[in-house]
Design a protein around this ligand. Structure first.
Ligand code: NAD
Length: 495
């Protein structure tokens, strides 16, 4: 990528309306996972910087009319949308470079799809949402008076938005869109591995919009615990977190002291249930999903359940698919599987692959070594395990790498039991020749985001999120919007 100067990486924090360095002057490097080269340095905030950002967000919420001026908020979101669209191609190159995300994925969920709806959908809801509901007059049993009854919906307050590295722009823009449209102020804390897309947004907020000082703050840090200040501070009302289940649980525990409102989008181990009457070739195509962006997607269907009667046939198709996926340079338009984010993540994924072998899963394609010809960058071989028992570690834990496990089953009831036998419940797929059969099974799946017969419901107005240990709450749709609102019930005597 020769034209890095044109991309314009932003190294500064946004605190209280100003683009600033960390008070300590410290920075940390942002590394390209495909080449291991340093892309540039970014401000390394400490707890003091974070508290200044929290204080600014608190002041902006308490002392400005941001939370009540709907028309102004809408205009500001439109300005930010325009500014982002003007830099869409720089953002694309930036995401490919810092997240190692394949170019083709930026045309979908990594950039173009969330850019189309992440701000515009909540901005539209500002006009459409019933901010005040009249429940009608009733005689109160407390006062014996005829009483007018209203429900008002109001912003929660200061939102701490904590973002992972896998789909950083997607997660950030949905959090910002919903939190700002509902009238909250935000402290955004990107993952240390992918800070530049967030600092770019910070610069655009400061330079290209009328968003008042303190309404949006962006704090980058190499230290995860700087983000923990958001959970611990009594000045933060809601933590909106996307990331691992382990950190989600920690936020829940540490946030209890100040009764934090929580929105947690966490991990998954989603299953594709292929029923006997399904189109097997089409069903097995879903099996390629863990190769996309090297499997670093929370909703990726990483368990494939095949009926015994068609097991060998399905395994043969999947083997062909996995042998055909060649990991490589994410800049290339035909590459589906780029690197994972870091050496640490690569070692974690290959550790899981070794564990699968040790526990007796049959390794059909891939393995622990680096892919041929890729001696730089954090690449992992697309790996297919078959004859997997759902009790094995590779079937239970989120690997977050290009690894698919294939599990045989006997009869629909067993398929359902295996699919639901997971601590997670984020997503899933059901494949059948009959929509009726798929629908019937989907009603019994304990997961929040289900595709039937190849359908994929990824839209800004469709709620996304999980059951069980996959999280609390939903991103997107009205359900996502409402998570950033409090309910105030108001009554007065009539006549
Ligand atoms: P992670 O949990 O390690 O980190 C996520 C973010 O939390 C980072 O910004 C990190 O700095 C911050 N963080 C870490 N410890 C913290 C603490 N104690 N307090 C506050 N913030 C803290 O996750 P990751 O490794 O960056 O991302 C991968 C995980 O994210 C996977 O498990 C994946 O499934 C999940 N994920 C879920 C969704 C979803 O919508 N459900 C979407 C994307 C990623």
């Amino acid at each position: 990528m020769g034209a890095r100067g044109d991309i314009g990486f932003e190294p500064r924090l946004l605190v209280d309306g100003s683009l600033v360095e960390a008070a300590s002057g410290r920075t940390f490097p942002n590394v390209n996972p495909a080449t291991e080269e340093v892309l540039g340095d970014v401000a390394d905030a400490d707890a003091g910087d974070m508290h200044r950002a929290i204080d600014a967000a608190r002041r902006a919420f308490d002392e400005s009319d941001w939370s009540t001026d709907h028309a102004f908020r809408k205009r500001c979101l439109e300005q930010l949308q325009e500014a982002l669209e003007a830099e869409q191609e720089q953002l694309r190159e930036e995401l490919i470079l810092e997240a190692g995300c394949p170019r083709m994925v930026t045309h979908g969920p990594q950039l173009d799809t969330p850019l189309a709806g992440g701000l515009t959908h909540p901005a539209k809801l500002i006009d459409e949402y019933p901010w005040e509901v009249d429940l009608g007059d009733e005689v109160s049993t407390l006062t014996n008076q005829l009483t007018a009854r209203r429900i008002w919906r109001e912003a929660v307050g200061v939102v701490g938005a904590i973002v992972p590295w896998n789909y950083p722009f997607e997660v950030t823009i949905h959090k910002l869109g919903q939190a700002l449209a509902t009238g909250n102020t935000v402290v955004l804390k990107p993952a240390p591995d992918t800070p530049f897309n967030a600092t770019r947004i910070g610069r655009l907020v400061a330079e290209r919009t009328d968003i008042p000082a303190g309404v949006v703050n962006v704090v980058t840090s190499s230290d995860h615990l700087v983000g923990e200040a958001l959970t611990l501070s009594p000045k933060v009302d809601l933590v909106s977190f996307t990331g691992s289940t382990a950190v989600g649980k920690r936020i829940m525990e540490k946030g209890a002291a100040t009764m934090k409102r929580l929105f947690l989008e966490l991990g998954g181990k989603s299953a594709t249930v292929v029923l006997e009457d399904a189109d097997l070739a089409l069903s097995c195509l879903i099996g390629i999903a863990p190769c996309m962006h090297a499997g670093q997607g929370c909703a990726t269907p990483t368990r494939m359940l095949l009926p015994r009667s068609r097991y060998d046939e399905g395994v043969e198709i999947l083997k062909g698919i996995y042998e055909s996926v060649v990991p490589g340079d994410p800049q290339q338009p035909d590459v589906l599987c780029g690197p994972v984010i870091s050496a640490r993540q690569r070692d974690k994924v290959t550790g899981y692959i070794q564990k699968g072998i040790d526990e007796g899963a049959r390794l059909l394609v891939g393995g622990t070594g680096a892919p041929d010809g890729l001696d730089k960058g954090f690449f992992v071989r697309p790996t297919l395990f078959v004859d997997v028992d759902n009790a094995m570690t590779v079937a239970r834990e989120e690997i977050f790498g290009p690894v698919l496990v294939v599990i045989p089953y006997e009869g629909e009831e067993e398929a359902l039991r295996i699919a639901n036998d997971s601590p997670y419940g984020l997503a899933g797929n059901v494949m059948s020749g009959s929509l009726e059969r798929s629908v019937a099974l989907a009603r019994r799946l304990r997961a929040g985001f289900i595709g039937l017969n190849g359908g994929a419901g990824y839209f800004a107005d469709v709620p996304f999120g999980g059951y069980k240990e996959s999280g609390v709450g939903r991103q997107n749709g009205v359900a996502g919007f409402e998570q950033y609102l409090e309910v105030k019930s108001v009554a007065w005597p009539v006549g």
